[in-house]
Design a binder for this molecule. Structure first.
Ligand SMILES: NC(=O)c1ccc[n+]([C@@H]2O[C@H](COP(=O)([O-])OP(=O)(O)OC[C@H]3O[C@@H](n4cnc5c(N)ncnc54)[C@H](O)[C@@H]3O)[C@@H](O)[C@H]2O)c1
Length: 450
């Protein structure tokens, strides 16, 4: 059975979630495109969108409709080709309407697993809890014995899911990045047991969805979280060390600022952990802890969660408080673990003292956003890190220490076989995390060898 045939009957588990809704959108659009081709006139295309509540699924319907309208408006020219044989569709607006109607008709929201019977492709994007994933996968396998399973797990070994859910090798990790409809990267994780056919289908689907596929070995955390969790732990350790000389809010502020501005990243490390969710960070730590011989726990993460501070996003997409609290997406206060409250950043004397302590940024500094579209950014990066090597400020020291640790993490992923090559690690960080440079680089080496 070829991929077109498989795409006639699809299921997404956890379809109303952050990742599930984007995956549903991508698949529904591809299925709608296929269904409109003359050769598929006699085929019915159906996507079962499974989640826990009718309310969440109603929200999903609205989201899919609105996004399909946007995508169709943007791609009206391409759609005209798909509809070339439809004489009744003259205006762009008619073509757009017809496509959106098709997308809407393909998505069948349901809270009942039984409705998914006979699926050919199943995408799993429920919360990162092993027993839940195993239980659902096992049930769906019984309903759809021919299905191939694509799991979006961020950290759970695919071989474990295969064995525990009895999938007989018909499973692969297909790890989209958030948001799936926008992010180009998909990490593809074949277990030792994954069949050739499933692997081939994953490669073909990735191409169809115009994704950049990077393979990762089947080791808990894979490449992306293998780097992110350890990088986050370095930030937490650095902040804990600085907090012994100052206090936690100042230390967290300094490390966050250095990881954003000195490292030229899109956001500081504590903002990134807030964005992902402190609770999600913890889920991934726990899974990696369970499978790897390395202590990846951290007292500060555990303490934040004990105090009920978990970050993540509200249903309207705005940022919930975590290490920072936010207004219009910008940090406005930092959490004080002792006082159990937020300390405002605006005009604070302690913040001025912290900035003085970090010292100046290199001359000619341009932030991440300014360098993002610069074709000569390689030169700018070399000049930036070349200057940091020579600067005797606390900011430069923290930054180069971070660069060194990030490089070690990246190199360890290659040396341990999680990534096939340095380019794969660098590719995951540049395309999945929007870094301007990969962790395996020569930056700051002059400083670390001094
Ligand atoms: N959020 C990210 O940035 C991100 C990135 C890559 C991968 N992932 C992975 O994707 C998966 C989903 O993460 P998310 O952030 O979208 O989580 P989420 O909490 O936003 O969504 C999970 C969805 O699963 C649903 N669900 C829970 N139990 C269910 C059940 N028994 N049957 C059907 N649906 C059920 C929930 O109602 C929810 O809608 C996880 O494995 C996560 O590790 C997340």
């Amino acid at each position: 059975m070829d991929l077109d045939q498989k795409l006639t009957h699809v299921t997404v588990l956890g379809a109303a979630g952050k990742m599930g809704s984007g995956i549903t959108l991508l698949l529904a659009q591809e299925m709608a495109r296929l269904s409109l081709l003359p050769e598929n006139r006699d085929r019915a295309f159906r996507l079962h969108a499974v989640d826990l509540s009718p309310e969440a699924l109603a929200g999903l319907r609205k989201y899919i409709h609105a996004q399909a309208v946007k995508a169709a408006e943007k791609g009206a020219v391409g759609l005209r080709e798909v509809f070339a044989q439809r004489d009744d569709l003259v205006e762009n607006a008619e073509v757009i309407d017809a496509f959106v109607q098709e997308v809407d008709a393909i998505v069948w929201p349901t809270t009942e697993l039984a409705a998914t019977r006979g699926s050919q492709l199943v995408f799993e994007a429920v919360v990162e809890r092993i027993p839940l994933k195993v239980d659902l996968l096992r049930q769906v396998r019984e309903l759809s014995p021919e299905a191939m399973f694509f799991t979006n797990t961020s950290s759970v070994p695919i071989g474990l899911l295969d064995k525990e859910a009895g999938l007989s090798g018909n499973v692969i990790g297909f790890h989209f990045y958030n948001p799936p409809a926008v992010q180009k990267l998909v990490e593809v994780i074949a277990a030792e047991t994954t069949t050739k056919d499933v692997n081939a289908a994953a490669q073909e689907l990735g191409k169809r969805l115009r994704k950049k596929l990077i393979p990762s070995a089947d080791v808990a955390g894979f490449i992306g979280n293998g780097h992110f969790i350890r990088d986050g732990l370095h930030g937490l350790n650095e902040a804990a060390r600085l907090a012994r000389e100052t206090d936690w809010p100042q230390a967290a502020y300094m490390v966050n600022r250095v990881t954003q501005e000195w490292l030229l990243r899109p956001m500081g490390i504590f903002q990134l952990i807030d964005y992902v969710g402190i609770d999600v960070f913890k889920f991934i730590q726990d899974v990696m802890d369970r499978f790897l011989e390395e202590d990846l726990s951290h007292a500060t993460i555990d303490r934040m969660l004990e105090l009920g501070v978990a970050g993540g996003q509200k249903s309207d997409g705005s940022q919930k408080p975590g290490f920072f609290s936010y207004e219009r997406g910008k940090p406005v206060a930092v959490y004080d673990l002792e006082r159990r409250d937020y300390v405002p950043l605006a005009d604070a004397d302690w913040k001025k003292a912290a900035d003085e302590r970090l010292g100046a940024l290199p001359d000619g500094f341009r932030p991440w956003k300014a360098l993002l579209g610069d074709p000569k950014r390689g030169d700018a990066l070399a000049a930036h890190f070349g200057a940091l090597e020579k600067m005797d400020t606390a900011g430069a020291e923290l930054a180069c220490g971070y660069v060194e640790r990030s490089r070690q993490i990246g190199q360890q992923l290659v040396d341990s076989g999680v990534a096939a090559a340095a380019d794969d690690v660098n590719g995951v960080l540049t395309s999945g995390f929007f870094h301007l440079y990969g962790p395996i680089n020569d930056y700051c080496k002059g400083r670390t060898q001094r």
